[in-house]
Write a new protein. Structure first.
Length: 325
């Protein structure tokens, strides 16, 4: 039996591509490549599709890519063309391992200005090494026939000519194909978020790119206290818990007296006594001090040092605004 390997992003388009190919009597196995900037419950998104799904982590490879993408960034810190080349190269390498004959994706011509114009799609196809082993069912009519079409495995007349950013055709097709439970219409990536992109660019400028630091970028308020020191302040109870879970050896945690509502704050980098005092003051500024002019802020160096108490004067947040990333 002919078997297709489908790149599953978590959005609707890749699910539509799967169903179109399945409906032609071809077995489909889904592959999801995990990167640090897209955290989706991918299994939930494909639970109703009835297809096999395997996941592969691209974390370390993506770190190397984002430092110097060959084809540059989009509007933010999104190296979309290089990202897709990386994923499609991996997909090609998996064909034999997963006993698949060709690769399909849910890309739609013209949907994204950087990575889904015709030139970019052709670059991705050639640079990945897939060539005519790649089929894009939703926009196949705009491209030369792929190997599956030329070999008669896939009927080209049943493939589509979706084009542009309007998503009405996809929503309509989903209803026709009985696809109701999908995560988001178009997927999602933190690299297109202005706030996250700003933090990532700032981290790159300080040579702080690592998987641990990327996780930290996703939570809290970020303050640059020194060239080798950053402070992250939790914004709510959930983020406080996340910061506690992300703390590693050498980090320092700050928190107000237990009788006061306030954040968990975390420093990462070279911490001096002066910067510890500043971190305490910023933590105090985001605490509910109940009108007190001075409170106790405690700190503890990870992994298990004794906590230190500092009596901290309460300053307004505006005093630290220039440090906010």
């Amino acid at each position: 039996m002919i078997r297709a390997l489908a790149l599953i992003s978590g959005g609707l388009d890749s699910l539509l591509a799967c169903r179109l190919i399945e409906n032609q009597g071809i077995e489909v196995v889904g592959v999801h490549f995990k990167i640090p900037f897209c955290k989706l419950d991918i299994k939930k998104g494909v639970s109703g599709m009835g297809i096999e799904l395997v996941e592969f982590d691209l974390g370390e490879d993506f770190l190397s890519l984002i430092g110097n993408p060959r084809y540059g960034f989009g509007a933010r810190m999104n190296p979309c063309i290089d990202c897709k080349i990386l994923m499609f190269k991996r997909a090609k390498a998996l064909l034999e391992e997963l006993n698949a004959d060709f690769v399909i994706s849910g890309e739609v011509l013209g949907q994204r200005p950087m990575s889904q114009n015709k030139q970019a799609l052709n670059i991705i196809q050639q640079r990945s090494g897939l060539g005519d082993l790649l089929l894009r069912p939703l926009s196949a009519r705009f491209f030369e026939p792929s190997l599956p079409e030329k070999e008669g495995w896939v009927n080209r007349d049943l493939l589509l000519d979706f084009n542009g950013r309007v998503r009405t055709p996809q929503i309509k097709l989903a209803r026709e194909l009985g696809i109701e439970d999908y995560l988001t219409p178009a997927g999602g990536c933190l690299l297109t978020d202005p706030c996250f992109s700003r933090r990532l660019e700032e981290a790159l400028s300080h040579d702080e790119l690592s998987l641990d630091n990327l996780e930290l970028l996703k939570v809290g308020r970020h303050f640059r206290l020194g060239d080798k020191l950053k402070l992250v302040v939790g914004r709510n109870k959930n983020e406080n818990g996340i910061l506690l879970s992300l703390a590693r050896d050498g980090d320092c945690l700050f928190f107000p007296h237990k009788e006061l509502a306030g954040p968990v704050s975390l420093t990462r980098g070279v911490l001096s006594e002066d910067s510890a005092v500043l971190s305490s003051r910023i933590t105090c500024a985001y605490s509910d001090t109940g009108g007190l002019e001075e409170i106790s802020v405690f700190s503890r160096l990870m992994p298990g040092a004794e906590r230190i108490e500092r009596r901290t004067t309460c300053f307004p947040k505006e005093n630290f605004a220039h440090l906010l990333i």
